[in-house]
Design a protein around this ligand. Structure first.
Ligand code: NAD
Length: 358
């Protein structure tokens, strides 16, 4: 059979280097001829933002960042950007901070330089998200893709191991879901599998030695690849489920991804044997679910949706909310029964079941 596919690679500059964020960010601000920089950073990341933005022409520091970008926070940040006459947005922080910068760029068309401090991977995508009345809306617009990403693993040293694990498994979920997402193709699959290998290697090293540069570098490199793969392949079943749960029940993003992933893998591996084999290889295991279960055990990964505030009685509604978003070309058919079963087990933290890949 001939190889036929369509792939879009987004144009973005990436500057990667331990201890180089301030220097690389300064050079980017100069290259872009920016004179009025609006820095977006949440209060916990204020010290990191101070460190990397010293000497830049900063006209405003905006710190009102919330998870899942509530619409009113986006509107306040847009007004602040207009009020200070910003010509460049610099966001320093996790996916919530990048998300707020994207919401500003969506309406103002201002360029973004992103300085990520977690492994969310949002900085590599042209996807924006906003939450209103417990419902999360996402969209795609090239204006929200940061023109440059400045990666510096020194900025992730303060990310505790538990949060690193959850965030890294969020990146792993981008990689796994890319293998069957609507626009999956050989290019984004190659990024996804190298991303998964690097994230897994990075997380194992971080768990052993949290202050080791090699582990932090590997996780950050893998997280970038995961974002590139995800933005090219699109949202598969896993992302659709997590997106609905996050918006409807205000669950923490990374932990939700980390908890749900084994169940989607268990289900979809049956209908996607080639992807399953490749995922197993990236995890260093004979089968994908066994590999992920072992990794989760080793890393003491987030386990149950119940631990994050979801109630058992939310499950039927959650399954109904997810159903319309199930991708038409998911490798196996998914109805209300499969969703209810998966959510019930993810809620309780029951281990995903392994199965030999044919
Ligand atoms: P987050 O940005 O909310 O950060 C999680 C926590 O980590 C926060 O308390 C933050 O203060 C803390 N933190 C961040 N960096 C730290 C550091 N270096 N040291 C110590 N603490 C640190 O969460 P997240 O998981 O990074 O991002 C989740 C958000 O990103 C969600 O809203 C999600 O929808 C979005 N996202 C979007 C895309 C996209 O393509 N649009 C992709 C992935 C994630």
């Amino acid at each position: 059979m001939s190889l036929t596919f369509e792939n879009v690679t987004l144009g973005q500059r990436v500057l990667f280097g331990y201890g180089r964020a301030a220097r690389n960010l300064g050079a980017e601000v100069d290259r872009l001829c920016a004179r009025r920089v609006m820095v977006i950073a949440a209060p916990p990341e204020a010290e990191i933002a101070d460190r990397v933005t010293t000497g830049l022409p900063v006209v405003l520091r905006h710190s009102d960042v919330r998870p899942h970008v509530p619409v009113e926070k986006a509107e306040a940040a847009r007004a602040a950007a207009a009020g200070c006459g910003a010509d460049l947005l610099v966001c320093v922080g996790g996916g919530s901070t990048t998300g707020l910068a994207k919401a500003v760029a969506l309406t103002t068309r201002l360029p973004i330089v992103a300085v990520p401090t977690t492994y969310a991977g949002s900085e590599a995508t042209n996807v924006w998200g906003l939450t209103e009345a417990s419902r999360k809306t996402t969209g795609v617009d090239d204006a929200v893709l940061p023109v440059t990403v400045v990666y510096d693993s020194e900025l992730t040293m303060s990310l505790p191991v538990g949060l690193s694990v959850a965030s890294g498994l969020n990146a792993a979920a981008h990689c796994v879901d890319s293998m069957w997402a609507p626009r999956t193709n050989p290019i984004n699959q190659a990024f996804a599998m190298e991303g998964l290998r690097a994230v897994v290697d990075g997380l194992r090293r971080i768990a052993r030695r949290p202050d080791g540069v090699d582990g932090r570098d590997a996780a950050l490199y893998g997280c970038y690849l995961s974002g590139v793969a995800f933005t090219s392949a699109g949202s598969g079943l896993h992302h659709k489920i997590c997106h609905v749960l996050g918006g409807a029940y205000d669950l923490p993003h990374a932990q939700t991804h980390a908890t749900v992933l084994p169940y989607v893998l268990e289900l979809n591996a049956r209908g996607a044997p080639d992807a399953a084999r490749r995922i197993a290889t990236a995890l260093g295991s004979a089968t994908p679910v066994a590999g992920l279960n072992a990794l989760r055990e080793e890393l003491d990964a987030p386990r149950a949706l119940a631990d994050y505030g979801m109630r058992r009685e939310d499950i039927p509604e959650a399954a109904r909310l997810v159903l319309p978003y199930v991708p038409a070309d998911n490798p196996v058919p998914v109805g209300i029964e499969e969703l209810t079963d998966m959510l019930t087990r993810a809620w309780a933290g029951e281990p995903a079941q392994d199965r030999e890949v044919d």
